[in-house]
Design a protein around this ligand. Sequence first.
Ligand code: M6R
Length: 622
Amino acid sequence: MCGIVGYAGPAAASPSSRPIDVALQGLSRLEYRGYDSAGIAVLDNGSVLQAKRAGKLQNLRNALGEQPVTTSRVAIGHTRWATHGGPTDENAHPHRGGREGELALVHNGIIENFHALRTELEEEGYTFTSQTDSEVAAHVLARDMEQCGDLTEAMRRTVGRLEGAFTLLAIHRDAPDTVVAARRNSPLVVGLGDGENFLGSDVAAFVDATTQAMEIGQDQVVTVTADTVRVIDADGAEVADPTRYTIEWDATAAQKGGHPSFMAKEIQEQADAVRSTLMGRMQDGLLTLDEMQIDEAVLRTIDKIVVVACGTAANAGAVAKYAIEHWCRIPVEVELAHEFRYRDPVVTEKTLVVAISQSGETMDTLMAVRHAREQGAKVIALCNTRGSTIPRESDAALYLHVGPEIAVASTKAYLGQIASCYLLGLFLAQVRHTFFPDEIAALMADLEELPDKIQEVLDNTEQVAELARSMKDATSVLFLGRHVGYPTAMEGALKLKEIAYIHAEGFAAGELKHGPIALVEEGQPVFVIVPSPHGRHSLHSKVVSNIQEVRARGARTLVIAEEGDDDVLPYADHVIRVPQTRVLFAALLTVIPLQIFACELATAKGLDVDQPRNLAKSVTVE
Ligand code: M6R
């Protein structure tokens, strides 16, 4: 949660708007990480100047007025998702540190020992103006600076005093050309510019200024000026060769490009997204995963797979279970990462843990990864964000390659995650010889047809959009599915809850008669995801029976069925068609009408589709 930006540029011959422009632009790119408040700080004529406002970034822009200029060479900025202290102006970042407010600091994460530190600082006469844990870090850093006179060393000492998760960025009046930063369990990347350098929670913060980035490791401190970037570790030793990389995303990928919302844009990008995930995987008749750094001999010894993930990524993981168990004959458990971490899961050296995360920064998933590795399990990460923490801490990483996902509600990453699960499942089948290579090639050929089929769904959205608009006053919607239709039902319900604020439940259709059918009354909208009649016939006929059961009790049935499936017609109030495909691969198609339904309905209600209330894109606290 929270987005952080930093900038260090050249001394301006005359006052310049560049540091403030860069900070505001970076914050607008990171606003999806939290939008409870926004603020920036610069150094002007030897003192800290800052502005911060509760609410969205626009409030800060309004407060700053037209084109603010400064003599500052540096700037820091913050967009907040509130943890400690409500979303007020006082609790907005930056926070001032020191007896004279000589320092400004922004923070992402939670400082767990803040209470003890605050008591200690208050006893020493430091005063506090907010309820946040972050203000404590500002004062600790200012005190360390007062004692040692060097901002980098002060930050190193401060990191040693703090417990919990944090990215910290700070500027100090006595170091006018410097931004200092540090991270533990929260994200931070450096953007390497030409005569200027950048810091951000992710590369979206500066991708329009540079494509060169540097990773910062756990507990490392980075000191940035216009021309230098210096990294030290927790012991103060120079980090000789920090990992550098080229950012693949271009700046336009992080813009709406004429769409009404990022979510609408990202839904429309899904055919290309899945095409990118699948690209270049078949080589000389074999499925090739270059990133698979876990030895094939080890993969052959695996006797259990545990998928750990949260939210939408967990729904993608649920699809993986159906595919991998069927193809590889290995038991697959799917666990919400936070539940996995704090029970006592049975994980051994023969367990393969698959961590799925768009951001690669979800703290619950990261903690599950660490726990699994401590038990000796091998971990493969399926992530979208290069250089993020989860892939870096895993044994291998398979990237989704779907481009930046900005909307809080995950759509194209979900499809990329499912496609990656298919790749992983088929690769394991190849390595473990549960399929012949030509069988895998045939499955891959079918899978590679999916992007065109996704496009077909996307080209025919008006019926669902119209339906959504007509249902904008709905108060409850149910979603039913079996097999991979079950996670699709869960995902459809999650989308509607998170962006349209409508009560929605996804059920395994077979579970209906065990309780949930009591919810059905006259006019209750029920989406039903119907599997292909050409796959396992019994599965199809069971779902058709489920449609009849809810219809008989007055439900309004909205049926998602394959083209040519006429068995559903007598029981469907509305039929939404998707192209034919294998039963397992249908998960890439049937969810799309549900994404569009949620997006259109929320838009019709006048809601902010990209920034739903109470949420943030990356949940970087437990
Ligand atoms: O970045 P991650 O994939 O780890 O995020 C996991 C969930 O927080 C995320 O999928 C969340 O559920 C989305 N808001 C769903 O649209």
